[in-house]
Design a protein around this ligand. Structure first.
Ligand SMILES: [Zn+2]
Length: 411
């Protein structure tokens, strides 16, 4: 941002935002680190910090460091001063959490769908119930900043319309509008693609910190991809970029839910793993991997085949995108450790220059990459204008539950 011609207020807001962003991303730090990070002088940083302390966003702690010169006061984000509602909407369950300033999970809920349940209205109604339950547990004096939702499908930007989520059976679902209506919240709701959000979180707090070029793969029933190129999330013209699971790898393969034949996810998605290992319907991938580890021949043979197909796709990704890191999320997190040699062999067969460079990583955030990425998108207003959001947001404006506004299930 160029500050030439900016008013004093704009400069102050910009400097506050820089401090708050640093604290949110890095957690506890010291005054002197903030001085060197922002390039502002000591007294300016001191003044800005007093404003943030007065707003309850930040607290000062005992002096840290015993080096030469004056000790520097410690500074840390107050995790329950401001929070977002983060949702990871999956094909088989919903995970939702209240995430506090600094990225701390304050409350978390996980709710599996009952068999045959994933219909739009029922999922949304259940999601609303989970959100109400969570919001009742919100810290009393905290400011709610926003809501972030990850969905396994094509999400139009900037309005967040879910255009197509084949494994949920959704076409053109205005999920954000449903939630605004049902929750009665007056904060922004951001809906994004689950893998894009996974990439954001792993790059900020996970196994791809500091990497400029990252591919986050999310394995569920389908397989999604979040692609970061030169530090920016690749969105494509309308937000649909990164549908790696629909890369067509096997022209003589299975029919995909998208309508095509032989998409990558039909070889490495959850149903494909069960089919390859002759496992019963509904058996979790983690259990199949455990069976293989225990010597089950069908599981070993099937996972070997899945590993080869995983390698085919990863080698293509490496050739096309030259990533620093590929992160294997969702079910691929379970699979990679047992098929790593096959994937590495395939990457060795990719072009040598990008193949030698890439790191194949497990998500450091475990199963929560998408959830925490959804939280990050929801925090954006606070990180841009901290005191404005705090001043406008207290007290939290949660309208009473209105079940009538929840879309009723179709017969
Ligand atoms: Zn497909």
């Amino acid at each position: 941002m160029s500050l030439a011609g900016a008013t004093q207020d704009e400069v102050r807001r910009h400097n506050l935002a820089a401090l708050v962003r640093f604290l949110h991303d890095h957690g506890s730090t010291s005054r002197s680190e903030l001085v060197s990070h922002t390039g502002l002088n000591r007294s300016t940083v001191g003044g800005l910090l007093s404003d943030l302390v007065a707003a309850d966003l930040v607290r000062e702690t005992e002096p840290v460091g015993r080096g030469v010169g004056r000790p520097s006061y410690g500074v840390e984000p107050v995790g329950d001063s401001a929070y977002v509602l983060a949702i990871d909407l999956r094909v088989d369950r919903t995970i939702a959490a209240l995430v506090g300033f600094g990225g701390v999970v304050l409350e978390r809920r996980e709710h599996r769908y009952r068999k045959g349940q994933p219909r739009e209205e029922r999922i949304v109604a259940q999601l609303v119930a989970v959100c109400h339950d969570l919001l009742r547990a919100a810290p009393a004096r905290a400011v709610m900043v926003g809501v972030g939702v990850g969905v396994p499908g094509l999400v139009r930007q900037p309005d967040g319309l879910v255009r197509f989520a084949p494994n949920l059976g959704w076409v053109d679902v205005p999920l954000g509008e449903h939630l605004v209506e049902a929750l009665g919240l007056s904060v922004p709701i951001v809906v994004g693609n689950d893998s894009d959000l996974g990439a954001i979180a792993e790059r900020l707090r996970g196994s791809a910190v500091g990497a400029a070029n990252v591919v986050y793969l999310s394995g569920q029933v389908g397989v999604g991809g979040g692609i970061v190129v030169d530090g920016n999330l690749m969105m494509g013209a309308q937000g649909y970029a990164g549908e790696i699971g629909h890369m067509r790898v096997n022209p003589r393969g299975r029919a995909c839910r998208c309508g095509a034949i032989g998409c990558w996810e039909t070889e490495i998605g959850e149903p494909a793993v069960r089919a390859a290992t002759s496992s019963p319907e509904g058996m979790p991938v983690a259990e199949i991997v455990a069976r293989a580890a225990a010597g089950d021949k069908a599981a070993i043979k099937g996972l070997r085949s899945v590993g080869e197909w995983l390698g085919v796709g990863v080698a293509n990704i490496v050739n096309i995108l030259n990533p620093d890191v590929v992160v294997f999320g969702g079910t691929l997190r379970e699979i990679l450790p047992v098929v790593r040699s096959a994937v590495e062999a395939a990457v060795a067969g990719a072009l040598a220059a990008p193949g030698e460079h890439v790191v194949l990583a497990l998500p450091a955030l475990g199963d929560d990459s998408t959830l925490l990425g959804a939280a990050e998108t929801a925090f954006a207003p606070l990180l841009e204008d901290p005191l404005g959001v705090i001043a406008g947001g207290r007290p939290t404006r949660l309208a009473p539950a209105s079940p009538a506004s929840v879309p009723s299930p179709r017969a």
